[in-house]
Each structure stands twice: as structure tokens, then as C-alpha cells.
Design a protein around this ligand. Structure first.
Ligand code: GMT
Length: 385
């Protein structure tokens, strides 16, 4: 197949999944064309059958807000024509599903690629719900030839918030390359991250409010009050200064390392003892899956699709949103009991391997594409009017 992929190229789960999917599809013999405003950050070296098309934007002074959605539609259209794409797979509904719909409308039905939209999370739970975007988000999702969501939670949310028939949405969970994400990676950075042999807690995110990075610091302060430990914060975003200030205020700043954006994350996760994810909302929690694959147990909030990934009491512990003390207690329990920790670590690796490996999930996308190309996928031309 010839497949176009559009995603956000920046640090974030949907871009990671889109890029890894594209690379896996290319490995399996498909021709893959990424279309975005910048090179996706994990598209870091030459691969056979993989192409990148940058969306051109003319910074004309009249454009206080340059029309990216339209430029993207034109770029998808042009790539579809020149490379005879069979299908365009967009990740994150806004504005990608809208741009793909416009590109498809520009072509005659026989020459237009099918459009598959994967819903990732905040496009449904946050940004798409805003009154200014709700109707166009709904319309664009409905107009897709195929729709997937990364968890059952997100499928149900899409049905509830946008009135999209859940039967039209195929749940395809996120996946992981279990050859890359594993415990026994060398070299190990433990000695650098925790020179005194302390236990290592880790958090990775884009430090946006939904991730509650201050809660990460509070949970760590609870753990630190019980014994020696270090917290490694990976990523960057608007709440980083707040988290740093709180670490100072709680007297734990010397044991908190803010690394900033860092890839590959697997070499850090493989030497962590615990992963903290106290998000307010999380459609899936790819970072938790990455941690599990690296044998790092997870302490997280019981929100959204997280229970579909982290098995409570087996690969991690889940808590209510404001249960800071409970999360700290669970962390201490895991860190203080080597036998328990090993069981959780092994279970996490097994679940990642058996349920979320690329080898298992990528063929599900391929067969979904085939269904959509054969006219399935449940496209309803006028359903949204
Ligand atoms: O919120 C983020 O971290 C970024 C966002 C994205 O779209 O890039 O993440 C969402 O998609 C990820 C990949 O499917 C999921 O693992 C995250 O749970 C989801 N984030 C939220 O739902 C808040």
C-alpha cells in the first residue's frame, strides 16, 4: 500500500505512535509518506520506503494566523496525487481529520485516497470539546472512512461527547517495540542518575497541566521522607517552573533532576525503579506502557484508559486522583520489597510483550486499512448533517 501519515511532529504521544507505525509499515513493505510542518522527532534517520513532505507556509504579513489547516490539506492533496496514495492516516483529529477531508474532496472519487483518523486523547477530551471546534471536529470524524481510538475509554468518550456511533470506531491500542524497550539495555545510567545508589523514580511527559507534574513532586516528597531516593523528570513544558519551585519549597530539590527533553527515553526507563503518572486524564498512557516494557512498575491515577494498560496490583498500583498519600505509600511498598518489585517488573514486561507489541498491533492496523479500502469502516457520507 501507499500510505500518507499526518501527525504532530513534536514531543507527544500521538506523534510517537504515528511515527513508529509509519516506520513499522515501511519495514513490512509499504510506502509511507509523512506530511507535517516539521520532521517528526522520532524520524531521525534514513529508512527505505519512508518519505517526509514538509508543509510549506508563506509568512505573508496579512496572515496574523497562517492558515495551516488549509496548507496541510493542499500538501496532503499534492502528495496523494503525485504518489498515488491509497490511504491517508491522520493522527489527532484537529485539524488533521479536517485537512484530510478537504484533500479528499479536491479529488475525484476514484482517485481520492481513503481517510483513516486515529483519535488519541485530548482531541476528544479537551481541545475538540471547545465550542469553537466541536462541530468541525464532529463533522471531520464522521467524514473519515475509518476511525480508530487508542482505548475503549476514548471510543466511549467519542460516542458520548460527539455522538459518533461507537460501532464505527475500532479500538486499536498503542504499541511498543519490545526489542528496543527492555530492561537489559546497556549501558546503564544508574550510577550517573543516582550516584549514591538511591532508588530512582521517573516521570516523562510534556509538563502540561493535564499531567499534574506538581503532584509528581508531592508524591516524591512523600517517598523521600521515608528514605533515600532520586526523582528524574524527563520532558519539558509550561508547568516545569512550577514543579521546580515546589521541589524547592518541599526541600527535595537536591534529589530532583530535571533532564529536559531527552530521546531515546528507553535508555532512561530501563534504569528506573518506579514510574509516576498522576495525570488528571489519560486516554491511554503510552509512557506507562513504555515503562512497563522496560520492567519499571507504575504508580498512576485510575483515570481514562490507564486501567486498560496498567494492571492494578500486577504491573503497578492505581489510585484516585487526589490520593497523594496513597500513591506515595504504594511507591514505598514497591521500592521496599524486592520480591514484590520483581514480580511487578516481570508482569509489566510480559503484558507489554503479549498485549502491546508492534508485532501484534501493526497487523491489526494493516487489516483495518484493507477493510477501509474494500469499502468497510463504516463511512457515512451525510451522517453529520
Ligand atoms: O497529552 C499528551 O501527552 C499528548 C497526547 C498526544 O496526542 O500527543 O497524548 C495522548 O495520546 C497518547 C498516544 O495515543 C496517549 O498515550 C495519551 O494518553 C494521550 N494523552 C491524554 O489523553 C492526556
Amino acid at each position: 500500500m501507499k500510505i500518507g501519515i499526518t501527525c504532530y511532529p513534536t514531543y507527544g504521544g500521538s506523534g510517537v505512535v504515528a511515527t513508529e507505525l509509519g516506520l513499522e509499515l515501511a519495514e513490512r513493505g509499504h510506502e509511507v509518506h509523512f506530511v507535517s510542518y516539521a520532521q517528526p522527532f522520532r524520524l531521525d534517520r534514513f529508512r527505505e520506503r519512508v518519505y517526509f513532505h514538509e508543509v510549506e507556509m508563506d509568512p505573508y504579513p496579512l496572515f496574523e494566523h497562517p492558515p495551516y489547516s488549509v496548507a496541510l490539506a493542499a500538501a496532503i492533496h499534492d502528495v496523494a496525487v503525485h504518489h498515488e496514495l491509497d490511504l491517508v492516516h491522520v493522527h489527532y483529529a484537529i485539524p488533521h481529520a479536517t485537512s484530510a477531508w478537504m484533500a479528499r474532496e479536491m479529488l475525484l472519487p476514484g482517485r481520492a485516497p481513503k481517510v483513516v483518523t486515529t483519535l488519541h486523547g485530548t482531541d476528544i477530551t479537551l481541545t475538540g470539546k471547545h465550542p469553537s471546534l466541536h462541530s468541525i471536529t464532529r463533522f471531520s470524524i464522521q467524514k473519515s472512512d475509518g476511525i480508530t481510538a487508542v482505548s475503549r475509554f476514548l471510543r466511549d468518550e467519542t460516542e458520548a461527547s460527539f455522538g459518533v456511533n461507537g460501532g464505527r470506531i475500532q479500538v486499536i491500542p498503542n504499541f511498543i517495540d519490545t526489542q528496543r524497550y527492555r530492561r537489559d539495555r546497556k549501558p546503564c545510567h544508574r550510577a550517573t542518575l543516582a550516584p549514591g545508589g538511591e532508588k530512582i523514580l521517573m516521570h516523562i511527559s510534556n509538563f502540561r497541566p493535564v499531567k499534574r507534574v506538581e503532584e509528581v513532586i508531592r508524591v516524591f516528597a512523600g517517598v523521600r521522607s521515608e528514605g533515600e531516593a532520586r526523582l528524574v523528570m524527563v520532558g519539558d513544558g509550561p508547568d516545569r517552573p512550577r514543579a521546580q519551585a515546589l521541589a524547592d519549597a518541599l526541600g527535595v530539590a537536591d534529589d530532583v533532576l530535571f533532564l529536559g527533553k531527552h530521546t531515546p527515553v528507553e535508555e532512561l526507563l530501563a534504569c528506573a525503579d518506579l514510574f509516576l503518572l498522576p495525570s488528571e486524564s489519560e486516554s491511554f498512557g503510552l509512557a506507562a506502557l513504555e515503562a512497563m516494557a522496560c520492567g519499571t512498575p507504575v504508580v498512576a491515577t485510575r483515570v481514562g484508559g490507564v486501567p486498560e494498560v496498567v494492571v492494578d496490583g500486577e504491573t503497578g498500583f492505581l489510585h484516585d486522583l487526589d490520593d497523594t498519600e496513597g500513591m506515595a505509600a504504594s511507591a514505598c511498598r514497591l521500592l521496599g520489597d524486592d520480591g514484590l518489585w520483581s514480580r511487578f517488573s516481570e508482569a509489566g514486561q510480559r503484558v507489554a510483550r503479549e498485549e502491546f507489541s508492534a508485532a501484534r498491533i501493526v497487523p491489526v492496523y494493516e487489516s483495518f486499512y484493507e477493510t477501509v479500502l474494500a469499502g468497510g469502516g463504516g463511512s457515512k457520507t451525510h451522517e453529520s448533517e
